[in-house]
Design a protein around this ligand. Structure first.
Ligand code: FAD
Length: 318
């Protein structure tokens, strides 16, 4: 079922959902299930599965030189979605990227998703590759998420890249896109970023999931501004509990977001990361309770592979 239908059916009740990251190549999928199992009691209507960009790895050659190879370390997004749908009877949402894929390859991914009965896809541009400073679009790929949304919308109407096929068997994907309460790191201003978000919605996006934030006011202001820009689709807040002290440096650096002083003080008081994890859980509980009280459609958690803290939060708020 589509995310928008889940929201409609919930009739004002806030839903619980989360995002998982595929295991590293060569790892057992059972570990993924072990992390998902404890969260299923909170009845997530959908689970997102991220897609990772390709990256360079270096192999030593016999002559002592290094050989550069390009590889994808966490493949399997669509396969994992199929397995989650089958195993848990849940809607699994593959993240589809511009970066690293030609439009043709994207079309094949979407055709697979359609055949597998996946009703939703999350359309994202992706970040720069690890060795790049800035995102550079893949040759013959989509440059921005809005173009990817347009490609998916076309497919929903039977418009393939090289032909239009009139058939009753079109895809009918519900399309999610990313939103940034503290603006996207490359964007010159929040207003400019919101204009871009509006373009994604105008291109056919049906809902927005936000980047993590630690101050709910940022989310409430963002939603208000988005509505002023004419964005009327559901805006789902994304929450990540802080888990290690290093997050205080890494998260603002990578995502250009603010961490409230009160949270910084609580984390800095901790002697070990076990205590930091608890502080992160308590902060996320506070955030979630307020978001639910204000009637958000879904609280979406970034699980980053470990679910004990998400379970601790969900058991207090859902
Ligand atoms: P876009 O919407 O294309 O925007 C990118 C930047 O370009 C913004 O600054 C925007 O303002 C600007 N822009 C947009 N259109 C134009 C235009 N026409 N001209 C000029 N500027 C423009 N990354 C992954 O690699 N894998 C994932 O699975 C993944 N999942 C994510 C899930 C969520 C909920 C979120 C919030 C992010 C996720 N990301 C993921 C990260 C995401 O790929 C990055 O944040 C990326 O840098 C931007 O993606 P986007 O889809 O928002 O890009």
């Amino acid at each position: 079922m589509k995310v928008t239908e889940h929201i409609k059916q919930a009739n004002g009740k806030t839903l619980f959902s989360f995002e998982i990251v595929p295991p590293q190549k060569g790892q057992n999928i059972q570990e993924l299930y072990n992390n998902i199992d404890p969260l299923m009691e909170f009845k997530p209507p959908f689970i997102d599965v991220t897609t990772s960009r390709e990256e360079y790895i270096y192999k030593s050659k016999e002559n002592g030189l290094l050989e550069q190879k390009i590889t994808r370390m966490r493949p399997g997004t669509v396969g994992i979605c199929a397995s989650l749908k089958h195993k848990y009877n849940v809607d699994a949402i593959p993240h589809v990227l511009c970066g690293g894929f030609t439009k043709e390859e994207t079309e094949y991914v979407l055709v697979d998703c359609h055949y597998l009965g996946l009703d939703n896809v999350m359309a994202l541009r992706g970040d720069a590759m690890k060795h790049e400073k800035y995102f550079s679009p893949t040759k013959e790929g989509n440059h921005y998420a809005s173009e990817l949304v347009a490609q998916i919308k076309d497919l929903n109407q039977g418009k393939y890249l090289h032909e239009t096929i009139e058939t009753p068997y079109n895809s009918n994907f519900c399309i999610g896109v990313a939103g940034y309460p503290e603006k996207h790191l490359e964007s010159p201003s929040l207003d400019s970023d919101l204009k871009r978000l509006k373009e994604k919605v105008d291109a056919g996006a049906n809902y927005v999931v936000t980047q993590m934030f630690f101050d709910n006011e940022k989310y409430f202001d963002f939603v208000e501004k988005a509505r002023d820009f004419g964005i009327s689709v559901p805006i789902i807040p994304g929450i990540k509990p802080i888990a290690v002290k290093r997050h205080l440096q890494i998260l603002p650096q990578v995502f250009r977001l603010d961490v409230p002083e009160e949270l910084i003080t609580e984390v800095e008081k901790c002697k070990e990361n076990k205590q930091v994890r608890q502080v992160g859980v308590e902060w996320a509980i506070k955030q979630s309770k307020e978001l639910i009280a204000k009637g958000v459609p879904v609280v979406h958690f970034y699980s980053m592979g470990k679910s004990d803290n998400i379970k601790a939060i969900a058991s207090k708020v859902f």
